[in-house]
Design a protein around this ligand. Structure first.
Ligand SMILES: [Zn+2]
Length: 495
């Protein structure tokens, strides 16, 4: 009793400071406590010859601090030619700006100096051919071989290489865009892509739900659409689209299953964009249109858990988002857990257990090479490192394992799924492989390393439930490194 009281006192004293620290994003120069982007308007030209996006970004601002005058944005390798400001519909006025020296990890801080709190600011800029968030492919690198292709990958901090932004997940904004391309190219964004849009080289987009900067996405190439259902479909090169529709034909069922588990799908359409094989990730949860590697089109649906993962982000990550990347496990651990719940509901418990055990065994193998202090879920502030270092098995698999562990303490309620969604358990015929994000390529050739620790989770749970039968397990999670023995057996016991 004594120890519990002491624990509660300590928690009460430390949590506010900890919460403050968790909201701060060390990977962005922006000052969202003083002013925030409420809406973004893009007007961009896609130039395949120059490997460049060029145009304007117009920000509608929400000022929070009456003394603030500067607007600080994140940029990387952008050339900025003009910055203007205005109120209402008045004339744009040129304003001063300073682009700081480039930092290898975080890019260049753009400071826009304003004489008053203008409602809108407009930046005229162009990207570099080496923009870290864009990939440009010659026609020979595509399936069709005739049309060039480009796409973005903004997570974690690459949006700043193609749009000046408050590039932190703690800021959400709506956006619109006009994108011009060569006439034979189709452009798509993480927005309201219209399956029936005429291909004419001039496209407009609207994203009415506020999103974080890492969810900004654009792609352009020889892309065609085929529906899976009224609200889901596949965008891909003509040579790939039919195979993809067949492989991912369960997508609508996945949406319905997830809605029955976690509430309505709130993004209207859910489409898949099948990218060329050079896409550096398995998938990316860009809202309304997940970007997917073609390597998961296996022909037998054995790798569709990747779609379950990206779809799951429509709830965990895109709707509820980590405020900074040091809490990346909140995005990825919850999503990996939800992914497994979708697989269980759609393909049966046997397959879900197999995938869970696969990822758990992969994590165990990884742990042998990860120093104990980097095996924790809640990362400390990591100003000197790239947030992508945390995209690894700790955030994904240990995070999901932790949530699975909690379900062994508090068994989840049994809610029968609608009968039409329940299928016979089905195991893939060939050996199953678990698909995860491939580690992002790093310039220094090092393998990305995840990190850190899970402090408050265990403490908070322990404080509320003294005498937990699995207190040892929680302690093991907090210390990192060890596998809670009760959990190792738990997967076979799950109800
Ligand atoms: Zn994910």
């Amino acid at each position: 009793m004594h120890r519990l009281a002491l624990l509660l006192v300590l928690l009460t004293a430390t949590l506010p400071a900890l919460a403050q620290d968790r909201r701060t994003d060390e990977h962005s120069y922006a000052q969202p406590d003083k002013v925030r982007i409420a809406d973004l308007g893009l007007d961009l030209q896609v130039d395949f010859d120059k490997r460049q996006l060029a145009g304007t970004a117009t920000y509608t601002l929400a000022w929070a601090d009456e003394d603030q005058r500067d607007l600080v944005l994140d940029t990387r390798d952008l050339s900025i030619t003009a910055v203007e400001a205005r109120n209402g519909k008045r004339k744009w006025r040129a304003v001063d700006f300073t682009l700081a020296e480039r930092d290898a990890r975080f890019g260049s801080k753009l400071t826009i100096t304003l004489s008053r709190q203008y409602e809108q600011v407009r930046v005229t800029y162009a990207t570099s051919p080496e923009a870290s968030g864009l990939q440009w492919l010659a026609p020979s690198m595509t399936a069709g071989g005739k049309t060039p292709f480009m796409f973005s990958q903004s997570q974690a901090i690459h949006a700043r290489s193609w749009v000046p932004l408050q590039d932190t997940p703690s800021v959400r904004y709506t956006y619109t865009a006009r994108v011009r391309t060569p006439a034979d190219v189709m452009a798509l964004m993480s927005a309201d892509n219209d399956p029936a849009a005429p291909r004419d080289g001039d496209y407009t987009f609207r994203m009415p739900q506020p999103i974080s900067s890492y969810l900004m996405a654009i792609a352009a190439g020889d892309l065609v659409f085929k529906p899976i259902s009224a609200r889901a479909g596949v965008w891909a090169e003509p040579a790939t689209v039919d195979k993809a529709v067949k492989e991912f034909e369960d997508t609508e069922k996945m949406i319905e299953v997830t809605e029955s588990l976690y509430g309505p799908y709130r993004w209207e359409r859910y489409d898949l964009l099948i990218l060329p094989p050079s896409f550096p990730f398995g998938g990316m949860e860009n809202p309304r249109i997940s970007f997917i590697t073609p390597t998961v089109i296996a022909g037998d649906k054995s790798l569709v858990s990747l779609i379950a993962h990206e779809l799951a982000h429509s709830w965990s990550g895109n709707l509820v988002t980590n405020a900074s990347w040091k809490d990346m496990w909140l995005n990825e651990g919850f999503t990996s857990y939800v992914e497994n719940r979708i697989v269980e509901a759609l393909y049966g418990k046997e397959r879900a257990d197999m995938e869970f055990v696969n990822s758990r065994n992969g994590l165990k193998a990884d742990l042998a090479d990860i120093p104990a202090e980097q095996q924790v879920l809640m990362l400390p502030a990591r100003t000197g490192s790239d947030p992508e270092d945390a995209l690894g098995s700790i955030a994904y698999d240990k995070g999901a394992w932790f949530l699975q562990f909690l379900t062994t303490l508090w068994p989840r309620p049994v809610r029968p799924l609608p009968a039409q969604l329940v299928r016979q358990p089905r195991l893939p015929e060939r050996e199953h492989r678990t698909v995860r994000r491939l580690p992002a390529q790093r310039a220094d050739g090092q393998t990305p390393r995840p990190g850190h620790r899970c402090r408050t989770d265990g403490l908070a749970v322990g404080a509320r439930h003294p005498g937990l039968r699995a207190a040892d397990g929680l302690a093991a999670f907090r210390r990192g490194g060890r596998h809670p023995r009760s959990l190792a057996q738990a997967s076979h016991r799950r109800a």
